[in-house]
Design a protein around this ligand. Structure first.
Ligand code: ME8
Length: 515
């Protein structure tokens, strides 16, 4: 299939719906959405999926404690995730549930296929199991009956059970070879190094079933066994895009899987091995974001330090949270969540820098031209300077967005915002009006509107809700989300279009300190 008929395909992790969505679920999903929204500007077609990982003992126990069947429980919890994504303006194209028939059928087919191929075999697992992480741990890794993952440390259960194993070890050399030949497959770079180190050690086959009354997909030919979380969850990426059908090639391979740090080995070792076993291409990039931490500790469902995502969005607004997550740190770095930092970023950069630029420009256009954007006259040195800054910002923005360097792309865009605020101060349109220098005044107002149009398009992946308001207030009626990066050029604002002033775009967040 030629490149331009293939959709650019972005995925988020699929979340365990055993608790309401917490802040860190928002982090990966916002990143993936920002990436997808930007990609829609540069690609013909983009496909963003998210979803829920509904099977497993953890979900089963949570359902029991709520006195619900697992299915009733997940049906209820998934609604909370969908609400959260709507509130956060996540522009997903598909929501995958691992309890969907389309998913279950593909998992069953793949299990039987790999069994037939000899990549799955029966054996006995003897070691430990952590319900919190839904992970088997070998004897050698567990001390004092605690989960060896530093972020978890929950008590583990001894298990000795018959099971089905996936021949992971068979693919060790093939994966290692692939990683060594494919720089950029795992980002950030340090995760690539860690994976290569792990692969250079010993790689054991993995148990991929649980026995007994566990909430999961039964092995079709041996229903006492349930297919274990990873062989179930990882397959969501291909089941969602019609693995085995003609549609599949339109999407696969995924261009980018965005995941959390603890998912790296599953996605960089187990997932490539499954893809090799299925003889399908590997995804383009596995991108691991950093941890969201609070008071130095990882925020997590399992550590019960969770922070309710929807409550934060309701209190501060989706754009405030999105902007903060995308602007605060580079995506691979840990992010210390802090309401004062969120507030100060919002008030200083959105309300002051961008909000004031927008308000001043529109109010002058209304005051001096009845809101009708004038024809521009001759361009002077200040306009030429702006054009130089813009050319550089546009180039940088694209380069950085292509690499998911969201923070740096925003910093670059804010160079243009700052330059425009200085442009207003230097050109002093109020003096031009007094002096009746109509041509210079018109050029200034046109220039401001023209750059605001450009900024609205470029800021949309970050703060989509407000960007739509900006677009409407600039008088545009077409759909902002469909704007292409190529249209981001100067001189394209339709003169004569009427702009409007309404309530502030970014009403300042009042806090105890600043209120
Ligand atoms: O792990 N900061 O689901 P999950 C950043 N179902 N990311 C974090 C985080 C934090 N404080 N806490 C968790 C699962 N995450 C599986 C995924 S994908 C095929 C299956 C990340 O709901 C975590 O690393 O426990 C994972 O990528 C995602 O949130 C979902 O976590």
């Amino acid at each position: 299939m030629s490149k331009n008929t293939k959709s650019y395909f972005v995925t988020t992790p699929i979340y365990y719906p055993d608790e309401i969505p917490h802040l860190s679920a928002g982090y990966a999903t916002i990143m993936a959405d920002c990436c997808a929204r930007y990609r829609r500007m540069v690609e013909d077609s983009v496909h963003l999926i998210t979803g829920s990982d509904e099977h497993g003992q953890k979900v089963q126990e949570a359902a029991k404690s709520h006195r619900k069947t697992p299915q009733e429980f997940v049906d209820r919890m998934v609604r909370d995730f969908i609400t959260a994504w709507k509130k956060l303006q996540i522009s997903y194209d598909d929501f995958v549930r691992t309890t969907d028939d389309r998913h279950i059928q593909i998992v069953e087919n793949i299990f039987e296929k790999l069994l037939e191929k000899g990549d799955i075999y029966t054996g006995e697992f003897s070691g430990w199991y952590c319900i919190e992480c839904e992970t088997f741990w070998p004897e050698s890794m567990v001390e004092r009956k605690r989960c060896p993952r530093p972020e978890c440390r929950h008590s583990v259960k001894r298990v000795k059970e018959q099971g089905y194993f996936f021949r992971l070890s068979k693919y060790r050399n093939q994966i290692l070879d692939y990683l060594e030949k494919t720089p950029g497959f795992i980002k950030p770079e340090e995760c690539m190094k860690n994976t290569i180190d792990t692969l250079r050690g010993e790689l054991e086959d993995i148990c991929i079933t649980r026995k007994g009354p566990i909430w999961g997909i039964p092995v079709p030919s041996d229903p006492d066994f349930k297919i274990y979380v990873w062989l179930d969850a990882l397959l969501n990426y291909i089941a969602a895009v019609g693995y085995g059908s003609d549609e599949f090639e339109k999407y696969w391979p995924a261009d980018i899987h965005i995941i959390g740090r603890d998912m790296v080995n599953f996605h960089t070792i187990i997932w490539p091995a499954i893809c090799f076993a299925l003889e399908i291409p590997l995804p383009g990039t596995i991108f691991s974001q950093g941890w969201v931490i609070s008071g130095g500790k990882k925020i997590s469902r399992s550590l019960h330090g969770s922070t309710n995502l929807v409550e934060i969005v309701d209190e501060f607004g989706s754009d405030a949270l999105r902007y903060y997550f995308l602007r605060e740190v580079s995506p691979g770095d840990d992010l210390e969540f802090s309401i004062p930092r969120l507030t100060s970023r919002f008030n200083n950069q959105l309300a002051n820098d961008l909000g004031n630029l927008f308000r001043r420009s529109i109010s002058m256009t209304i005051k001096y031209c009845d809101g009708m954007v004038p024809e521009r006259g001759k361009l002077g040195s200040r306009e030429r300077n702006l054009a130089r800054v813009f050319k550089e910002v546009k180039k940088e923005y694209k380069k950085l967005m292509d690499k998911l360097e969201f923070r740096e792309a925003l910093i670059s865009l804010w160079d243009l915002v700052g330059e425009l605020n200085r442009y207003i101060d230097n050109k002093a349109p109020w003096d031009l009006y007094k002096k009746e220098d109509k041509e210079e005044l018109n050029t200034t107002l046109y220039t401001l509107m023209d750059y605001l149009r450009i900024i609205t398009v470029l800021v949309m992946p970050f703060v989509p809700r407000t960007a739509i308001k900006m677009w409407r207030r600039l008088g545009f009626r077409d759909i902002l989300r469909k704007k292409k990066f190529d249209s981001v050029n100067i001189g394209l604002f339709p003169a004569g279009q009427t702009v409007k002033m309404q309530s502030p775009l970014f009403p300042r967040i009042e806090t105890m300190e600043n209120g």
